[in-house]
Design a binder for this molecule. Structure first.
Ligand code: GLN
Length: 574
C-alpha cells in the first residue's frame, strides 16, 4: 500500500486529484491514449473527466496497469524528461524551418505540385513516447522509404540466402536510379532502384496466386502493423498512374536485370514493375513513419501495440542495409556525419532509426542533388550535433562536446556531477579544484567584462556560486580573486574591460584537453548562471557564452538548446 500511496501523492493535493490530472500526468510522459499498456486506464480516466478522485478510486483505476502507470509517473521511460526533450526537438525543428533550399521532385505532377513549404517532424521512442510538430499528419507517397520494408518482407519470406542470390549488400556510390550492377550482375543493394525492383520481383515470384495489387496490400498490411495501426495506410492511384507513365528508366533497369542475372522464379517483368511502383505509391504520414522507425529501433516489436511485427534478425539486416545505402550516393557522408540507419524518398520523407532509443521521421518536399529531403538531412545533422545519437558517440571517451543524452535525466545528472565535485573539492582533489577554479574564473570574468566589479554584482556572483557549490564564498576572498584575475590579464598583456575575459578564454582553451564533458558542462553552467542572473541574456552576454562554449569545444547547437531552455523558464512577457 505504501508504494501505491506514494504514487498517488505524485498527482494528489491534499488527498485528492481529478481524472484529468492523472491523464495529464500520463500524457506528459509521452505515452499516447492508444498505447496498449495503458489503454484501460486512459479509457477509464477519460470517462471520469473532471471528477475528484480519492486514493481508493485511484487504486481501483490504475490497478490493472500499475507497472506502467508507475513507470510513466516516475519518469522511468527510455526518455525520462520527455517534455524537455520535446522542447529541444522543437528548437531544432524551428531552426531547420528557415532552410528553403532545394526543390521538389518534378518527374510527376503530384510531387511537382506538392506544397514545398510543408515541414513536419515526428518522434516515437522505443517506449512508445510520441510527439509531432508541423505537417506530421499529411499523407504523402512513401516512394523509396518503401524499399527497406520490401527487403525485410523478402528476407522474412524467402530467407537470407535465397534473397541475396538476387541482390547484393554493397553501397553503390551511384545515383539511386543508375543502371549499374555489381560485377556478379546482381543489383548493388535493396535500397537503390535496381535492388528494390528485384526485391519486388522476388516478393511477386513468391506469391504467384496474388495480383500485384494484392501483394501491395499484403505489404501495406505490414506497414500498418509496423506503425501500430495509428492511422490507415493509403494508396495513391494518381501516383501509381504517373509513376507508370514515367517509368522508362525503371523499365530499363528491369530489362537489364532480366537480361543479366535473370528474375526470381522467372517472374513476369510487368508484374514485378507494378509491385515496385505501387509500393512507391503507398501513402503514409510522418507520424506513422516515426512509429514504423521506432518498431525497427525496437528490434521489430511495435512499441505501442507490443506486437513482434518482424523477426529481430531481419530487422538487424534491414538496418545494416539502410545504414550503408539508405541515403543513396550520399550514404557515406550521412553515415559519417549522422551515423544512423535512415531511408529517404523523393516525396520528401526521411525515416531514421536510433537503435534501442527511438525512431523519427521528417517530411519536407524540397530535395537536394541526391534526391534526399534538404530539411530532413539538415534536421538529422543538427540533431546529432546536439545529442549523442551518432552510433559512435558511445566511444567518445567522455568527450562528445557536451552533447545531450536524453536517455538520462539531464537535471539528475547535473545535480549528481555537482554533488561529486563539491565532495571531491572538500577533500582536496586536484582535478576537481581546478574545475571549481575555472568555474569561478568564468563567473568573475563575465562580471568584470563591463569594467569594475560593483558590490551588487559581487553579491549576485556570490549567490550563484553558493547555489552551485553549496557553500557561501567569503566576499573578501571573492574580491581578491577578481583583482587577481585582472592582474593576471594585465601580466599577460591584456588590458581594458575585456582583458580578463580574453585571458579566461585563452585559459579554457589551454585546459581543454584535461576537461571531460562533465567538467565542461559545469564550467558552462557557472558562466550561464551569472549571465542569466538578471533574468535575461543580453547580446553581450550571449557573445560571451558563445566564446566560452567555443573555447570548451561545446557545439553552439548545444548552447542554443541551453539558452532556449532558459528562455522557456522565464515568465511570459505581459
Ligand atoms: N518512384 C521513384 C523511382 O522509382 C522512387 C525513387 C525515390 O524515392 N528515390 O524513381
Amino acid at each position: 500500500m505504501e508504494r501505491l500511496r506514494e504514487l498517488f501523492d505524485l498527482v494528489a493535493h491534499h488527498g485528492t486529484t481529478t481524472a484529468a490530472d492523472i491523464g495529464t500526468h500520463i500524457e506528459n510522459s509521452g505515452i499516447g491514449a492508444d498505447d496498449f499498456r495503458l489503454a484501460t486506464t486512459i479509457a477509464l480516466l477519460q470517462k471520469l473527466g473532471d471528477q475528484p478522485i480519492d486514493f481508493e478510486q485511484f487504486a481501483a483505476i490504475v490497478g490493472d496497469e500499475l507497472l506502467m502507470v508507475n513507470r510513466a509517473f516516475r519518469r522511468q521511460l527510455v526518455i525520462p524528461d520527455w517534455q524537455e526533450f520535446c522542447s529541444d526537438i522543437e528548437t531544432v525543428y524551428r531552426h531547420v524551418a528557415t532552410d528553403r533550399s532545394g526543390s521538389n521532385a518534378d518527374y510527376i505532377p503530384i510531387l511537382r505540385d506538392a506544397d514545398p513549404e510543408r515541414w513536419g517532424v515526428a518522434v516515437c521512442s522505443v517506449d512508445g513516447q510520441r510527439m509531432g510538430l508541423g505537417d506530421v499528419d499529411v499523407y504523402h507517397s512513401i516512394q523509396s522509404v518503401s524499399k527497406p520494408l520490401t527487403y525485410a518482407f523478402a528476407l522474412d519470406r524467402e530467407g537470407f540466402d535465397f534473397t541475396h542470390q538476387f541482390v547484393g549488400m554493397e553501397p553503390s556510390g551511384r545515383p539511386f536510379n543508375a543502371l549499374d550492377l555489381l560485377p556478379d550482375e546482381r543489383p548493388y543493394n535493396p535500397c537503390v532502384n535496381a535492388g528494390a525492383i528485384m526485391m519486388a520481383g522476388l516478393v511477386a515470384s513468391g506469391a504467384p496466386h496474388l495480383s500485384d495489387r494484392e501483394i501491395t496490400q499484403v505489404i501495406m498490411n505490414l506497414w500498418a502493423k509496423l506503425c501500430g495501426h495509428v492511422a490507415p495506410v493509403h494508396f495513391s492511384e494518381e501516383t501509381m498512374l504517373s509513376e507508370r507513365d514515367t517509368a522508362d528508366n525503371n523499365f530499363a533497369i528491369a530489362y537489364l536485370l532480366r537480361g543479366r542475372c535473370g528474375l526470381p522464379r522467372s517472374v513476369d517483368l510487368h508484374k514485378m514493375m507494378d509491385v515496385y511502383l505501387s509500393c512507391c505509391s503507398i501513402e503514409m504520414t510522418a507520424r506513422m513513419l516515426s512509429i514504423a522507425a521506432a518498431t525497427l529501433a525496437n528490434g521489430g516489436v511495435c512499441p505501442i501495440t507490443g506486437e513482434q511485427v518482424l523477426p529481430t534478425d531481419v530487422v538487424k539486416k534491414t538496418l545494416s542495409v539502410m545504414q550503408s545505402a539508405g541515403m543513396y550516393d550520399n550514404a557515406g557522408v550521412f553515415t559519417l556525419e549522422v551515423g544512423l540507419p535512415a531511408k529517404s524518398g523523393v516525396a520528401g520523407a526521411v525515416m531514421v532509426v536510433i537503435p534501442n532509443l527511438m525512431g523519427f521521421a521528417t517530411f519536407s518536399p524540397r530535395l537536394d542533388a541526391y534526391g534526399n529531403s534538404v530539411r530532413g538531412v539538415s534536421f538529422c545533422r543538427q540533431l546529432v550535433e546536439r545529442f549523442t545519437f551518432h552510433m559512435y558517440d558511445s566511444i567518445s571517451g567522455g568527450r562528445t562536446g557536451c552533447k545531450r543524452d536524453p536517455r538520462a535525466s539531464q537535471h539528475t545528472r547535473r545535480q549528481r556531477d555537482l554533488t561529486d565535485l563539491r565532495w571531491a573539492v572538500s577533500h582536496g582533489d586536484r582535478y576537481a579544484t581546478k574545475v571549481r577554479d575555472l568555474m569561478l574564473d568564468c563567473m568573475i570574468s563575465i562580471t568584470l567584462a563591463d569594467g569594475e566589479i560593483e558590490a551588487s554584482e559581487l553579491a549576485t556572483m556570490a549567490e550563484a556560486y553558493a547555489e552551485l557549490m553549496n557553500e557561501q564564498p567569503d566576499p573578501g576572498a571573492l574580491q581578491q580573486q577578481a583583482v587577481a584575475c585582472q592582474q593576471r590579464a594585465v601580466q599577460e598583456g591584456r588590458h581594458g574591460a575585456t582583458g580578463a575575459f580574453e585571458a579566461l578564454v585563452e585559459r579554457l582553451r589551454r585546459e581543454l584537453p584535461l576537461l571531460d564533458d562533465n567538467s565542461r558542462e559545469l564550467i558552462l553552467e557557472a558562466a550561464f548562471r551569472v549571465s542569466c542572473a538578471d533574468g535575461e541574456i543580453e547580446p553581450e552576454e550571449d557573445l560571451q557564452l558563445r566564446s566560452i562554449a567555443e573555447a570548451l569545444a561545446i557545439h553552439e547547437g548545444v548552447l542554443e538548446l541551453e539558452i532556449a531552455r532558459f528562455q522557456r523558464q522565464l515568465p511570459a512577457p505581459r
